[in-house]
Write a protein that binds this ligand. Structure first.
Ligand code: IPD
Ligand code: CA
Ligand code: CA
Length: 259
């Protein structure tokens, strides 16, 4: 394995735990947080917690890997054409985080020449670290994980996501078909965690009509390394503008949803 990738993989696992600790402290004292609405009337919230966690991650990366690029939800893009580029969501699941629900996480991915080579997702509430390095398998803490043995929508729960960035009709046909086929869905408010759950064999898949790169890059590698199937998210302008995400436990299920 490439030493500089391995070094960054180990570094990212330590860093995400630090970041998770900072986020958890804000979460436990969330009544003191000032909440801002990013785009006016729609439910797109942000707080000082999101900004401080991203600042911590960015400055630690800058210090140890000063030539690497960065794309973060809160601070945007910086030197993204570098050989290595980090893609970071400081808190994925801001709504659950702010409302005291349990589904939120920190997500960090590393691109090497535009390919995802490291993905780490940390859920501090449950002390679950999902991590993968390309070619090395996917893990939950120390344990190797694998997607569920599912070929039908009746074999488990399907994760679905939707945001106000897209219209409802990009989503409702998929929901309708799933229910017609006898399946059932779950939406927990964190796309990154739902992808980690597909990798860990807890969900049969995840679909969202539009999502951003910082939400999914780490999760995509977890899916690939745990035996699942996922669309070519970064193709075209996925890194900068986002894309749909369809991740499933098996090829058979992928074909079922990919119509
Ligand atoms: C959101 C969550 C949500 C998904 C949205 C994302 P945020 O990220 O992942 O589950 O449906 O598309 O924007 O705002 O909580 O970081
Ligand atoms: Ca997010
Ligand atoms: Ca976020």
């Amino acid at each position: 394995m490439n030493i500089s990738i391995q070094q960054r993989y180990l570094f990212s696992q330590k860093l995400i735990k630090e970041a998770g600790k900072i986020a958890l402290d804000y979460y436990l004292n969330r009544e003191n947080l000032t909440i801002e609405c990013k785009k006016g009337e729609k439910l797109d919230l942000v707080s000082i917690a999101d900004k401080k966690v991203e600042e911590h991650i960015k400055s630690a990366l800058n210090h140890s890997f000063p030539n690497d690029g960065f794309l973060g939800e809160e601070s945007g893009a910086d030197e993204m054409d570098s050989e290595f580029c980090w893609v970071v969501d400081p808190i994925d699941g801001t709504n659950p985080f702010l409302y005291g629900l349990h589904a939120w996480c920190v997500s960090i991915a590393l691109l090497h020449n535009k390919e995802i080579v490291v993905g780490v997702i940390f859920d501090p509430v449950h002390n679950e670290l999902f991590h993968a390095c390309r070619g090395g398998g996917a893990f939950l803490n120390q344990k190797l994980i694998h997607t569920m043995n599912a070929i039908s929508v009746k074999d488990g729960l399907m994760g679905l996501g939707i945001s106000h960035r897209v219209s409802a009709d990009t989503f409702t046909p998929v929901l309708n078909q799933l229910l017609l086929d006898g399946g059932m869905f779950i939406r927990n408010g964190s796309g990154a965690l739902m992808l980690a759950y597909v990798a860990a064999g807890r969900l049969i898949g995840y679909f969202e009509p539009h999502i951003n790169a910082w939400d999914v890059c780490a999760g995509i590698l977890l899916i690939e390394e745990s035996g699942g199937k996922v669309n070519h998210f970064l193709e075209g302008e996925g890194l900068h503008k986002g894309n749909y995400i369809l991740a499933t436990a098996s090829n058979v299920l992928y074909q079922k949803f990919n119509k």
